[in-house]
Design a protein around this ligand. Sequence first.
Ligand code: GH3
Ligand code: MG
Ligand code: MG
Ligand code: MG
Length: 313
Amino acid sequence: VFNYLKDTVLVERKSKEILSVNADPSLVLIISEDGSYLAYLKRSLEEQGFMVTGALSLEKGNQFFNDQKPECVILVDPNKATVNAAELSALSQKLWTEIVPVMVLSERSSLEAQNQAYKNGVTDYFVKPVHMSELTVRILNRIKLRSIFERSLMYDDLTGVFNRRYLRLEGTRQLELFHRYDTMFSLVLLDLDFFKKINDTYGHLTGDDVLKGFADFLTSKKREGDLVIRLGGEEFVLLLPNTNKYQALQMVDRFRIGFQELPFISEETTFHVTVSAGISEVAKDISKIEELSDQADKALYAAKRAGRNKALI
Ligand code: GH3
Ligand code: MG
Ligand code: MG
Ligand code: MG
């Protein structure tokens, strides 16, 4: 139907990202009231190539968890009475929402103790003494699963570019950086013109191909560091670091003009598609990324009103 850029670019990019999941050393948080056991465990895991941080109480562990965002938590059962079930389940709940595995190392080998831990949301339970090789592979497997899952949550199914959820995460991060270090960025909201008519004329599948084609087009033209996001429907966002709104306008105008020349083919017919865009630049009074996209949305609306195939600030 459409024969400009091929999906292989996206497939290659995705598989490369999945394969490079464990390129950086993973941060493991150990919580143990037993300082010497903690030191032993820390050393052993560091020898296996992990980065390790230690906490001597569940409370400190919670604090480190929030500050340092570890990829795996190891909780050494203090074995006094039991790990405080309420505290543990509070921690586990947080770990589950952040998709971080939690492993308990305990001297208690009863099925009852293990099942209780699993009910509290623990992902793995080891009875001491622990075999370091087993602990290592289990941590690695859990972390790999987690990264693949996290990645699957970042992308739009149809086009393979980032999705709305990822825009919220990355946009919020860039906004924080701006407020701390004054690192400028711009946001561009793009909306295909008369897209409903494309669906109506050529069918929904051709409409889907146009969306993929537009995503591929943006991906191939953008600079390194720029992000392409599909918000949903025929709306996309470009997040452009180190770019002010005038530079963004220049860039988007180039994209806009390039895109309208791109031929789409349905059966015997060749057709062209245009796009309108609204641009906003980060500013001191912006406290949420949604405020920035609202501003871009207003400019986009003006571009549509002005006749479409247009970009406005
Ligand atoms: P405008 O120039 O004002 O933007 O008009 P428009 O027709 O592009 O905008 P409108 O919001 O009226 O229509 C968007 C259409 O996009 C309607 C919807 O059916 C279609 N759409 C949304 N998601 C998808 C999708 O995943 N695939 C396809 N093929 N169409 C979709
Ligand atoms: Mg729309
Ligand atoms: Mg619309
Ligand atoms: Mg539209």
